[in-house]
Write a protein that binds this ligand. Structure first.
Ligand code: UDP
Length: 194
């Protein structure tokens, strides 16, 4: 996969459709991984936090979230195939998951939001299985890990805690969670909840 370096962040040059196809093939073959969707603010956070930069650059998919990244790539002479907003990638992935009756767990946002987002996604994409939800205001990450594992094997977990909390949660806990793909998606649950 071609990459475009923006201030040290290695973005993947993929279209939304290619990103979804790659994610689906990883899920089907149960190859653990995670997706990050850096916007300019996240690139700036990376510049000041080497560990966070490492987490971002080790992702299975690093998607350019926003036109600011595309302009930066142009100025730097790096090639990307247009923006792939996190929320748009997420919705297309859910649509593909629904066709294969895959299981989704939603973590993040204020109490009640993830449930509402899940209900809306299930209504829009029949076939999708909502494995479970948890709000994003917890003090014990282990309790969240246990609750995801108790939900009976979610294929995908959307981790929506804002950056850099969500990426750090994924890096610290993904090995202990019995799920395949983790996606850091910021405020997406608020949008899906409507
Ligand atoms: N959030 C959370 N736990 C926290 C802090 C934030 O679940 O400790 C949620 C917040 O409720 C919101 C999302 O994370 O739903 C962050 O949204 P924001 O738009 O700030 O993130 P961005 O999309 O800009 O990364």
């Amino acid at each position: 996969m071609n990459t475009a370096s923006i201030l040290g962040v290695q973005f993947h040059a993929v279209t939304k459709q290619q990103a979804v196809e790659l994610a689906m093939s990883k899920i089907r073959s149960r190859q653990k991984g995670y997706v990050v969707t850096p916007n300019p603010e996240i690139v700036d956070l990376c510049r000041h936090d080497e560990k966070f930069m490492g987490v971002v650059n080790h992702a299975t998919l690093v998607l350019p979230d926003g036109i600011g990244i595309i302009y930066a790539a142009k100025i730097l002479g790096e090639k990307l195939h247009g923006k792939v907003a996190g929320i748009e990638f997420a919705e297309s992935l859910v649509a593909a998951m629904a066709k294969e009756n895959m299981r989704l767990y939603l973590l993040g946002a204020k109490p009640g939001v993830a449930e509402k987002a899940g209900a809306n996604l299930c209504a829009k994409y029949p076939g999708l299985v909502l494995a479970g939800t948890h709000d994003g205001y917890f003090s014990d990450p282990q309790e969240v890990v246990d609750s995801i594992n108790a939900a009976g094997g979610a294929d995908v977990v959307f981790v929506c805690l804002g950056a850099p909390k969500q990426e750090k949660f994924i890096a610290d806990n993904m090995d202990d969670i019995h799920s395949t793909l983790f996606c850091g998606l910021g405020g997406s649950l608020d949008v899906f909840a409507g």
